[in-house]
Design a protein around this ligand. Structure first.
Ligand code: K2U
Ligand code: ZN
Length: 164
């Protein structure tokens, strides 16, 4: 297995819109395994292919306490949203910066699993936040993009200072 390099702001590749995956191949399955290894090592509870400079629609997630419930979402799409929740978010691509973000409290998604089978999942709470955060990455969006212009400016200034 391989640990992959995670892109960090201001790398403009993070703004790339990911392409659909036409077929779930062994190469895709290997990339999913490498992304999970990279996520656990970071450590994180989610990682999008965009963040490892692969611009295809796949994210990995594991919000379990003991890292025992990996979720691989291929060609994921949110088909229903409900409610509102505010959660303090961070991002492996925006190291050291945290901010409160408003998102839907419950989501219903459809996605393909590693066998290429279409699945549906309804969830809420932290898993719902993480799914929305990761699917944003596939659209070239990072959590700072949900902040006001002023808050985003302050966060980007702090990021530059932290990593100069
Ligand atoms: O960079 C990423 O996309 C991984 C994100 C996923 C995430 C962000 C905000 C809220 C939920 C999930 C994180 O950096 S993973 C780090 C982390 C670890 C524990 C709890 C929250 C965030
Ligand atoms: Zn992120």
């Amino acid at each position: 297995m391989t640990q992959l390099n995670i892109l960090t702001l201001p790398d403009s590749r993070l703004k790339t819109v990911a392409q659909p995956i036409p077929q779930v191949t062994d190469e895709i399955r290997q990339l999913a395994a490498d992304m999970l290894e990279t996520m656990y090592a970071a450590p994180g509870i989610g990682l999008a292919a965009t963040q490892v400079d692969r611009h295809i629609q796949m994210v990995v997630i594991d919000v379990s306490e003991d890292k025992s419930e990996p979720l691989v979402l291929i060609n994921p799409e949110i088909i229903e949203r409900a409610g509102i929740q505010t959660h303090e978010e961070g991002c492996l691509s925006v190291p050291g910066i945290y901010a409160k973000v408003k998102r839907a409290d419950q989501v219903m998604i459809k996605y393909q699993d590693l066998d290429g089978q279409w699945q549906e999942l309804q969830t809420e709470g932290l898993l719902a936040v993480c799914i929305q955060h990761e699917l944003d990455h596939l659209k070239g969006i990072v959590f700072l993009d949900h902040l006001s212009v002023l808050k985003r400016k302050i966060a980007l200034k702090k990021l530059a200072k932290l990593h100069d």
